[in-house]
Write a protein that binds this ligand. Structure first.
Ligand SMILES: [Zn+2]
Length: 125
């Protein structure tokens, strides 16, 4: 189970894009809120000089406490733009992937149907 915090009220959530049960914020309604919510979860990979790492729960709890105390978090606009760009690419590739899977299923259907028919014919002899 993952750990995330609400970008609006700083309360704990199990998934970054889940609606907040405390304030009702639903990140899936807007790309910026989705990007910020991903950054406020342990699913977010931070790139630094020495490599990449997941944001720690302790780090998220510190941010959550500041938000609950009324201190707004200053997000890195470049990271938000990059995440939105990645989401747009993923959304664009989804229909292509679905159509590829449909073609694969259709290609597999014919050989499977032929084998099934042969087995049926052999068994009926
Ligand atoms: Zn909330």
């Amino acid at each position: 189970m993952s750990f995330a915090i609400c970008i609006a009220c700083g309360r704990e959530k199990s998934e970054p894009f889940a609606p907040c049960t405390f304030c009702g914020l639903c990140p899936e309604s807007d790309n910026v809120a989705m990007a910020k919510s991903l950054m406020f979860s342990d699913q977010f990979l931070v790139l630094r000089d020495c490599g990449e790492y997941h944001v720690s729960r302790a780090e998220l709890e510190r941010i959550a406490e500041r938000i609950r105390n009324g201190q707004p978090h200053v997000f890195d606009d470049r990271v938000i733009s990059d995440l939105i760009w990645q989401k747009v690419q993923l959304d664009r590739d989804k229909p292509r992937f679905a159509s590829g899977m449909l073609q694969l299923a259709l290609w597999l259907f014919v050989p499977v149907a032929v084998v099934w028919l042969l087995v049926f014919l052999v068994e009926s002899l």
